[in-house]
Design a protein around this ligand. Structure first.
Ligand code: F0G
Length: 349
């Protein structure tokens, strides 16, 4: 049977009122792509996969949570939905809201959202508002607005978002027949790490799939969970440019309970790993390279050995979301006259 979207595929494991309609774009069912060259760099007989969440309908993992959150909002006849976003949540909320016919409002930090995300939110018809502040300021505003104005909040503070996002853990266990030894992923507002841990625990209880160690990775300039207090965030990985994660406590619990950890890596380290992933044919946005960048650094600096182990790195968003970061950092592209001699010259050089 063709893939039916996460609500139909995992229905009874997702806590969604039975009376809700199913608003779906057939999200989920994303591939676990082997990364043999990068696996060899990590150690002997390492089996490394990317869970490529950039292949969801709007290009990020957010679609898993949004199908459930928007279905629930539609079920209780919400008049409109609202979220704060570094971009991907905005595009995803806009798409699912459009699908359900509910108006969508998104608040984004001015000048800090990658073009592919902003364009997505506009294309799907959301009302986009820029805040002169960070994601954290925008989140505070939408929480207040949702309480005062009776607009449904679809940030990951909404528990239905987690219900959807946890299905990625189910899919990984289904594909491998068990949980991996390690799961590494980027951490921003900390909804996703919380969801994965929920999902792995639920599946283990049901099917004895085992539990992975979870390594959450923040950007050094936006690492409140590593430094232990809120920060004024700054990083090239704008998706995770967050200084006060709403689910920070749960992220720390997931890391601790799973015997993993939460660490931070530099922007250079993130961009280097973005390049390395692309060299195996997987182009992800910068934030999505953070998980593996962190794990690789721990191995390189001898804090971790992963010989013989199975590792999944969650690639949360597609590279097409943030094309500027690539073009800005590349050398100028040669311009040729339309003659063969120019081409020959260029190929010699
Ligand atoms: N990777 C990408 C590509 C993201 O867009 C985000 C979060 C994360 C990782 C981190 O996930 O917040 O659950 O810890 N993006 C949110 C947004 C904040 O508004 O799109 P998290």
């Amino acid at each position: 049977m063709p893939w039916r979207g996460i609500i139909h595929e995992y229905g009874e494991l997702i806590d969604l009122p039975k009376t809700s309609p199913v608003i779906t774009l057939l999200e989920g069912g994303t591939p676990l792509i082997p990364l043999p060259a990068l696996g060899r760099m990590l150690g002997k007989e390492v089996t490394l996969y990317a869970k490529f969440e950039g292949l969801n309908p709007t290009g990020s993992f957010k679609d898993r949570g949004m199908t459930v959150a928007i279905s629930e909002a539609a079920g209780r006849k919400a008049k409109s939905v609202i979220c704060a976003s570094t971009g991907n949540t905005a595009a995803s909320a806009a798409a699912y809201a459009a699908r359900s016919g509910i108006p969508c409002i998104v608040l984004i930090p001015q000048g800090k959202v990658a073009m592919g995300k902003l364009a997505g939110a506009l294309a799907y018809g959301a009302k986009v508002l820029q805040i002169q502040g960070s994601f954290d300021d925008a989140l505070t505003m939408v929480v207040q607005a949702s309480q005062k104005l009776a607009i449904a909040l679809v940030n990951s503070l909404n528990p239905y978002r987690l219900e959807g996002q946890k299905t990625a853990a189910f899919e990984i266990c289904d594909a491998l027949g068990k949980s991996p030894d390690w799961l590494c992923l980027p951490v921003g507002n900390a909804g996703n790490i919380t969801s994965y841990w929920m999902g792995f625990k639920q599946y283990h209880q049901l099917k004895q799939t085992g539990l992975p160690k979870i390594l959450g990775v923040q950007a050094e300039g936006a690492a409140p969970l590593v430094v232990g207090h809120p920060v004024e965030p700054e990083t090239v990985a704008t998706a995770i440019r967050i200084g006060k994660p709403a689910r920070g406590e749960q992220a720390l619990e997931a890391a601790q309970e799973s015997e993993g950890g939460i660490i931070a890596v530099s922007d250079d380290c993130i961009l280097d790993m973005q390049k390395s992933l692309a060299s195996e044919g997987i182009w992800v946005e910068p934030a999505s390279a953070a998980g593996l960048a962190g794990l690789a650094r721990e191995v390189r600096e001898n804090r971790l050995t992963v010989d013989g182990q199975t590792i999944v790195t969650v690639c949360t968003g597609h590279g097409l979301k943030d094309p500027d970061i690539i073009t800005r950092r590349s050398p100028p592209i040669p311009i040729l006259a339309p003659v063969l001699s120019d081409l020959e010259e260029a190929l010699r050089g």
